[in-house]
Design a protein around this ligand. Structure first.
Ligand code: GTP
Ligand code: MG
Ligand code: ZN
Length: 302
């Protein structure tokens, strides 16, 4: 029999809640795993000391290499702290109306996902209230998958279920967009639980804020990461911001200057896309806004 692989759901102090063979159990780090710098976080795949499998608390002796890692910056330049590992996708939920969609807010979340090399997709909820025309036009050149839903009417839920099944997903998006409603519609009680967990964690200090993974009955996990929008922005280098816009990527390197920032330089290929209306001006405007923001960061943050 091959020893079971555990999945870390949450870290609570020095103790981990882990999923092992479909059962939730407690575990602590042992030996080499304990000495490794960044330990284990929600989403980590872990191996146990076989001798501890029958005990109340399992001993984690190895953490598998991660496919992705969301990190948060610790204030005062004390480095970074891992938040969640092995996230497969970021689901950005916005509403077609109530609250009205704010393209720059959406873009900001998409850029954080890109900067962390985690593929994002967009869910536009509340399509029963308003058409999603403008926001669809805004995203048209990005190539992102966009799913239209109406949690209240059950619209788009089957597609969402398929997207989440078997994957580790982070849900993010503005308050009131319908994240909890969508989760509740898929698995009753789940969205409420997510709300409670978030509220509790947000009261903690920066150092205690961490992610919690919630197993789905349909297979897979939803990662509840408080403040996702703050998780990755700091890590973006100005010079690489353009790569976080997928519709720019094909022409990056075609500008007249190798170090073109796509603002005022002559013969800029990115601005060429915008002038030709291949890329909506609204996306380019976001690029300029974020570029200016990143430029203002103190040097040690870049
Ligand atoms: N008309 C309409 N209302 C919806 C829909 N989905 C959710 N709502 C309503 O929108 C409000 C906010 O929904 P929530 O699910 O709490 O939003 P949330 O994204 O979880 O918000 P936070 O937890 O604050 O981040 C609630 O009153 C829902 O009933 C929908 O598809 N159509
Ligand atoms: Mg909610
Ligand atoms: Zn350029």
């Amino acid at each position: 029999m091959t020893p079971p692989v555990g999945v870390v759901l949450a870290r609570e102090g020095g103790t981990y809640r882990v999923m092992v063979d479909g059962v939730e159990r407690l575990a602590i780090l042992r030996g080499k795993a304990k000495r490794e710098a960044d330990r284990a976080v929600a989403g980590d795949r872990v191996h146990f000391d076989p001798a501890t499998l029958t005990e109340d608390v399992l001993g984690i002796e190895k953490v598998e290499p991660r496919t992705s890692l969301l990190e948060r910056r610790i204030p005062d330049g004390r480095g970074t702290r891992p938040v969640a590992a092995n996230v497969d996708q970021v689901v950005v939920v916005i509403a077609a109306a109530d609250p009205p969609p704010i393209p720059q807010l959406l873009d900001r979340l998409l850029v954080v996902a890109e900067a962390n090399d985690i593929p994002p997709l967009v869910v536009i909820n509340k399509v029963d209230l308003a058409p999603a025309t403008d926001i669809l036009a805004h995203l048209a050149a990005t190539g992102y998958d966009v799913l239209l839903t109406a949690a209240k009417r059950g619209e788009g839920l089957e597609a969402l279920r398929n997207i989440l099944s078997g994957k580790e997903s982070v849900f993010t998006g503005p308050s009131g967009a319908g994240k909890s409603s969508l989760m509740n519609a898929l698995e009753p009680g789940l969205g409420l639980r997510i709300g409670e967990v978030s509220a509790k964690l947000r009261r903690g200090t920066h150092t205690t804020v961490s992610a919690v993974m919630i197993p789905l009955a349909i297979g897979g996990y939803v990662v509840d990461t408080p403040g996702f929008s703050e998780v990755g922005m700091w890590a973006i280098e100005r010079a690489h911001l353009d790569e976080c816009f997928p519709e720019f990527r094909a022409v990056i390197g075609h500008c007249k200057f190798d170090d073109c920032t796509h603002r005022t330089e002559p013969a800029c290929a990115v601005r060429g896309l915008v002038d030709a209306a291949t890329v909506p001006r609204t996306r380019y405007d976001t690029y300029l806004t974020l570029f200016a923001e990143l430029a203002e960061l103190p040097e040690e943050w870049q």
